[in-house]
Design a protein around this ligand. Structure first.
Ligand SMILES: *Cc1c(COP(=O)(O)O)cnc(C)c1O
Length: 519
């Protein structure tokens, strides 16, 4: 077998005598893999499996396999010969393995995480955009993607209360990246030389950023990434609802200043990962302004509430932030990754990466380059994920998002009220999102064993395979956590989960008693 089959074949095919009906420069596996027939065949197989997946009403969580077993299984599916033709059976087996080992996002048992099932038409469009990409950073190759950015920005602007043309929005790949990009803009504003000269101490002291105790790990990581240093992260205390306490924040900023720190950016959250709490944005915006700091809001999870008349109020004050981001791949139900990063003032987006022009980035602004996002985001090649969001909006309108969000948050309130009424459950908070944390406290379990019980419950429920829930540690206490992302989940499923938890707890306690560990 030739070690460079493509190169050799491509070369020989440049000789017209070697061409028959096959396209120029391609024969064998090459033609087969790229052939039109392969598209119809593969899409047919995939559609068949996805249809069955969506049609299923089975209660399924996740089926976890041991990594070594899965590795062997995946290896066994790889061809051992230089196959010349598409092996439909192998393709089908690979898809089966993928779907089997994936989270069952469409099942009523899936309550564990922030991933959403996606609107099927957006997934269909994802196939189209994968086959016919519009690399979204550059206008000349990603025209519709860059136009869609502008339309989505305008639609959101109306909901935020910002005037079209007076603010910036860029789409990017994940809130982790969006948070970092926004803090970079804040850094470049405070330390004007830092992009060129590196980060040193400024006139106000050693540069620092502040964030809540419950900030997402992607936010606490930013200190290390942008050269501020982890030690210069100031943690802001939380109130009883696990929101940043504005008074406590002011005191923490005073203490930081006394230590010689110059806090140039405060990162708040709208929808903390642990409990979905919304920080008091209005108070924090005033505090930031008073201290000359930038306010960025990590609204990855709850930012989508902007689209709901009922939920918009939970984000009061977000319009005062200097920047905020939201994840459409979480709470706007489109394929990952699709993140929107907003800046309150026009022109700020361009200050994240203040590089001089290169071969792709035209220094002369014109009609087309004004639509181009390449200078404003980290990615070079960027999938046109924004088009999934625009497509869903174009087809179904804003109400589509609003209805699902309203339903999921109401269902979470219902779950809260139900659990709150049960003597053997304790809710950890009143939900401000579609996230609820709670503990199961069956009679007879000592307080010291409750944390261990929650952890074991999460594990056994997951292993049982019907429900999938998560756990989180709140101030050292382990609690169970549900995130209701799936509109198929109904009130009866909350009752079903309660029964599952009670049964698993009884089994755990019986095991503990048998082993003499605890009673
Ligand atoms: C999910 C999430 C992130 C990380 O977002 P990615 O899109 O996964 O990069 C950051 N912050 C919060 C609050 C989140 O919920």
């Amino acid at each position: 077998m030739n070690s460079m089959p493509f190169a050799i074949r491509a070369h020989s095919a440049t000789n017209p005598a070697s061409c028959s009906s096959a396209p120029q420069g391609a024969t064998g596996a090459f033609t087969d893999a790229f052939g039109v027939d392969r598209l119809t065949e593969a899409v047919g197989i995939a559609t068949d499996k996805l249809t069955r997946m969506l049609d299923s009403d089975a209660l399924e969580g996740v089926s976890l396999e041991r990594p070594q077993d899965l590795l062997a299984e995946a290896r066994a599916l790889m061809t051992t010969q230089e196959s010349d033709s598409f092996d439909a059976e192998r393709f089908s087996d690979i898809l089966d393995l993928y779907i089997r080992t994936g989270v069952k996002l469409n099942s009523r048992g899936y309550m564990a995480r922030q991933f959403s099932s996606v609107a099927p038409v957006t997934a269909a469009f994802d196939l189209v955009s994968a086959m016919a990409p519009q690399p979204a950073s550059f206008y000349e190759v990603g025209q519709l993607a860059n136009v869609a950015d502008k339309i989505i920005a305008e639609e959101f602007g109306r909901r935020i209360g910002w005037e079209t043309g007076r603010f910036d929005m860029v789409s990017t790949s994940g809130a982790s990246l969006a948070n970092m990009t926004a803090v970079l803009v804040a850094r470049n504003r405070r330390l004007a030389d830092s992009w060129k000269a590196g980060v040193g101490d400024g006139a106000g002291g050693r540069p620092a950023i502040a964030m809540g105790e419950d900030a997402h790990f992607s936010v606490s990581r930013i200190g290390g990434i942008i050269g501020i240093g982890e030690d210069q992260i100031v943690r802001l205390p939380l109130d009883a609802r696990r929101r940043i306490c504005a008074k406590g924040a002011a005191a923490a900023l005073d203490a930081a200043a006394a230590r010689g720190l110059d806090v140039f950016c405060i990162v708040a959250a709208a929808g903390t990962t642990s409990v979905g709490a919304n920080d008091p944005l209005e108070a924090l915006a005033h505090l930031a302004r008073e201290r000359g700091a930038w306010l960025h809001v990590d609204a990855a999870h709850n930012g989508a509430f902007l689209l709901s008349d009922r939920l918009r109020g939970r984000l009061a004050g977000i319009e005062l932030a200097d920047s905020f981001c939201l994840d459409a791949h979480k709470t706007l139900f489109v394929p990952a990754m699709c993140t929107l990063l907003f800046y309150r003032e026009r022109g700020l987006a361009a200050t994240a990466f203040p590089q001089k022009a290169s071969y792709v980035l035209d220094p002369q602004e014109d009609e087309m380059s004004r639509f181009e996002s390449g200078t404003q985001n980290f990615e070079c090649t960027k999938r046109p994920a924004i088009l999934n969001l625009w497509l869903a909006w174009a087809l179904f309108g804003r109400r589509f998002f609003e209805e699902k969000l309203d339903y999921l948050t109401e269902l979470t309130d219902f779950a809260h009220d139900q659990l709150n009424d049960l003597c053997d459950f304790a809710v950890a908070h009143r939900p401000e999102s579609n996230i609820l944390c709670f503990t199961h406290r069956p009679p007879g379990v000592a307080a010291a064993d409750l944390g261990r019980l929650q952890l074991e419950l999460r594990n056994r429920i997951r292993a049982d395979g019907r429900y999938f829930i998560s756990k989180v540690d709140l101030d050292g206490e382990t609690v169970l956590r549900i995130v209701l992302m799936n509109h198929r989940i109904g009130r009866a499923d909350i009752a079903g989960l309660v029964e599952e938890i009670r049964q698993q707890a009884a089994a755990i306690i019986a095991d503990w008693t048998r082993q003499g560990v605890a009673a």
